[in-house]
Write a protein that binds this ligand. Sequence first.
Ligand code: FES
Length: 142
Amino acid sequence: MSIDRREFVRLAAGAVGGVAFPGCASVAMMRVSPADGILRLPLQEVPQLVRPGGYLRVQPEGNANPVYVVAVEEGEYVALSPICTHLGCTVDIESNRLVCPCHGSTYDRTGEVLRGPAERALTRYPTTVVDDELIIRLEGQG
Ligand code: FES
């Protein structure tokens, strides 16, 4: 039996969507296999991103760190590294901001610093939408 990529993504999201994580228990998570450093998310299969304000934790297969995907405006998405730019802790995503549990740095939904000690924005990965797929380029992701 073979399944196409969209079916795989749908099944993977269903299989792990209810997993809870320390510090971000309510954040849905989706595992996606990158191809050539590119993640493709079929938007009709990701209800968390339908409305502005929604967000999702994406775990690229083979990568150590997840990517936070945020629906900022209608049809506009931001993909962020969760690594705090202060000293490298993993930030938690909350409803309208991202907070570092180590020293309290706070970022807005686009990754810009709201409160230090971090001085630089979270790393943003380039995103585009093509044919109802959100495409994320994981340049520099490790
Ligand atoms: S590592 Fe995030 S605030 Fe220090």
